[in-house]
Design a binder for this molecule. Structure first.
Ligand SMILES: Nc1ncnc2c1ncn2[C@@H]1O[C@H](COP(=O)(O)OP(=O)(O)OP(=O)(O)O)[C@@H](O)[C@H]1O
Length: 646
């Protein structure tokens, strides 16, 4: 698609489209083209009035803006100089250069004083939010929504009051394809120039180049270009590769050269893309060859390349990681499958990324078996002969996490062991590091951990030489990390590092395989004996909410078996731990007093009420937003709110 050449729509067509919108609420794709029509349609569906104001539009406080700037440090440091350059190019053209974050919040703006005054009147200033939901069709919000470069000229803006603007924006991607924000050039509509979008796209390319270099300054990198002389220029393609040849980062140009999309990052290996392998790249990087060499894509096109790697990567590549010829392991992942479909889906997805440098993030309530799951992934993967090191971030006091994870040199701090310690990360070298309750890791430690993951080396406390490490990372949390991230409690860059693939493990009450699980667990606890639950307990167990999930179930069964006589084979009330027996008795009484369907319906209604409340809380009382989260229309949500007494 040639976005840079996006034609400006004839003003008469735009006027006609607006007339149709005002008269009949219809959005005309014919007049607006597909992209603008989609955007107008979204605005209309969200209930935005073209001539109206949007009460409740968020505007960040100074403190919120400062926190957003802090979270986006990396992006800002690369964007600022480019924005200054762009501002320089467009000086005195009644325009401004704007950087927004991925949610549409404006972070930084540079512009001509005269124009800034006018822009302020429509809240085009840092802290304001230009998400489509609030400002209707606009270059920033629409580029973010569509994840592609967009220019929006004059009356193409959905809100009439923005009609004096002409804007061009392009999304900024990090090397894994995540949208970090958007860069925008806005000005008076009379100053429109059709090269503006091209200019913005080049500027974004510069920012993405910088982001790539800082994320992948270490490790193995491949520069690509269709022309020999293009290497080293801003138009080159960049790839970052893991030791075993997986694509772990890229820029947009490289993906285009190879006919790939962002979804291919972390999903493809170099030999599938080019007639090259990592050893060749390594040999070339090792000899410091700066001469471009030629290769071919899988569909026969010629490309020029140069490989680069730091010394440590060169060394690690010479001692190949896990040999594939391991003895076949009993399939620990398959063993976890007791018939629940949600769990089975998670197991299958985990299996697909096994052995790849993709960080797993396991989500789920306490006790659902996140650690057991992580151990099974490790035990059935290529690193199974190496260490599995589990660290519970919540169980360690803040002051100790650092030493525990990163290790320390002798005498690094008071109370340190005389000989120092290598730290858990180094213990996991070659194997898997499992960070449980990662959401509880203090912010300062998050920064250090991020550096280890980026640089793949650890510097112990108290100084010393950095030590290279090669770990498979798995993390777990029961916290809503995305919310923590938005609230500034969890670093966004770390979140995306640890979240190569997020898997939600189902709560026990939602699983369909309780009976089979119980049978399996009892078989493990009392092998060879056909132990069963009494029919009444089996029925109650199926209805119980199991707040402690598998941990609670496994413990209860272990206790019960310990209390059983050797000749007994049925677990009854007398074998249950007291607290569980109490809960189950209450459950029995409740069901007896409100039998059958009535009880089930009551529980459902209660569940629904809780969901509605949670969605409203997350949306901070905004009904449209809450409705979107729940996947229902606003009217339905209003009805439900009335029903539950709001
Ligand atoms: N598939 C399973 N088979 C048998 N027991 C299991 C299984 N999964 C979990 N358990 C039991 O539940 C306990 C808790 O599991 P695990 O520690 O993996 O949960 P978790 O989700 O990591 O909990 P937390 O969030 O509290 O750390 C285990 O010690 C084990 O006794």
């Amino acid at each position: 698609m040639h976005h840079a050449l996006t034609p400006v729509l004839p003003p008469a067509d735009v006027r006609e489209a607006r007339r149709q919108l005002n008269n009949s609420g219809e959005v005309s794709t014919e007049l607006l083209g597909p992209l603008l029509a989609r955007s107008w349609q979204r605005c209309a569906s969200a209930g935005l009035q073209p001539d109206g104001r949007t009460p409740g539009t968020p505007h960040a406080s100074a403190a919120q803006l400062a926190r957003a700037l802090e979270l986006q440090r990396d992006l800002l440091s690369h964007a600022r100089p480019v924005m200054e350059f762009l501002h320089e190019q467009t000086r005195d053209t009644d325009s401004m250069v704007i950087l927004a974050d991925a949610q549409g919040m404006l972070l930084h703006a540079l512009g001509d004083d005269h124009f800034i005054d006018r822009a302020e009147r429509v809240a085009l200033r840092p802290g304001a939010n230009w998400h489509e939901r609030w400002r209707g069709t606009n270059a920033i919000g629409t580029a973010l929504q569509e994840a592609q470069p967009v220019s929006v000229h004059a009356g193409e803006h959905y809100l009439e009051r923005n009609g004096f603007l002409t804007c061009a924006a392009a999304p900024i991607h990090d090397p894994t394809g995540r949208v970090l924000g958007a860069l925008d050039l806005s000005g008076d509509h009379r100053g429109f120039h059709r090269h503006t979008l091209g200019l913005v796209r080049s500027a974004v390319r510069m920012i993405e180049h910088g982001l790539f270099q800082s994320r992948h300054g270490q490790g193995l990198r491949l520069r690509l270009h269709a022309q020999r002389d293009g290497l080293g220029s801003l138009t080159e393609g960049l790839l970052a590769l893991s030791e075993d040849g997986w694509l772990v980062g890229a820029n947009d140009t490289a993906l285009k050269l190879l006919g790939l999309g962002w979804a291919d990052v972390a999903a493809r290996r170099l030999p599938d893309l080019l007639a090259l392998d990592t050893l060749q790249l390594l040999a070339s990087a090792h000899r410091g060859l700066r001469q471009p060499q030629a290769t071919q894509t899988r569909d026969g096109r010629s490309l020029w390349w140069i490989a680069e790697a730091d010394r440590q990567t060169v060394a690690s590549l010479r001692t190949p990681v896990p040999a594939p010829a391991l003895p076949p392991a009993a399939d620990a992942l398959a063993a976890l499958d007791t018939g629940d479909s949600a769990l089975r889906a998670a197991l299958e997805r985990a299996r697909r990324v096994q052995g790849k440098p993709i960080a797993l993030l396991l989500l789920g309530e306490s006790g659902v078996g996140k650690e057991v799951f992580a151990r099974a992934v490790h035990a059935s993967g290529p690193r199974r002969e190496q260490a599995f090191v589990a660290v519970n971030c919540a169980a360690l006091p803040d002051t100790l996490i650092e030493a525990e994870l990163f290790g320390y040199r002798p005498g690094a701090f008071t109370g340190a062991h005389r000989d120092g310690a290598p730290g858990r990360i180094r213990e996991a070298d070659g194997g898997t590091l499992f960070l449980d309750e990662i959401g509880d890791m203090p912010l300062a430690m998050q920064g250090r951990l991020l550096r280890v993951l980026q640089e793949r080396q650890v510097t112990p406390l108290g100084g010393g030489k950095p030590v290279p490490v090669n770990i498979q990372l798995m993390c777990a949390t029961h916290r809503p990390l995305r919310e923590d991230m938005k609230a500034g409690r969890f670093r966004e860059d770390l979140y995306y590092r640890i979240n190569g693939l997020a898997l939600q493990l189902p709560a026990l009450r939602d699983r369909q395989d309780l009976a089979e699980l119980v049978r399996r667990l009892l078989g493990e606890i009392r092998p060879g004996l056909a132990t069963v639950l009494s029919p009444e307990l089996a029925t109650l167990a199926a209805r119980y909410a199991w707040p402690g999930n598998l941990r609670q179930l496994a413990n209860a069964l272990r206790t019960a078996c310990a209390l059983m006589d050797e000749r007994e084979d049925e677990i009854g009330w007398e074998h249950l731990p007291d607290d569980l027996a109490e809960d189950l008795r209450q459950l029995r009484e409740r069901t007896a007093s409100a039998p059958g369907a009535a009880a089930a319906e009551g529980t459902l209604r209660e569940l629904e009420r809780q969901q509605v409340e949670a969605a409203m809380a997350l949306a901070r009382g905004n009904v449209s937003e809450a409705a979107r989260r729940l996947g229902v229309s606003r009217n339905t949500l209003y009805r439900r709110l009335r029903q539950s007494g709001h």
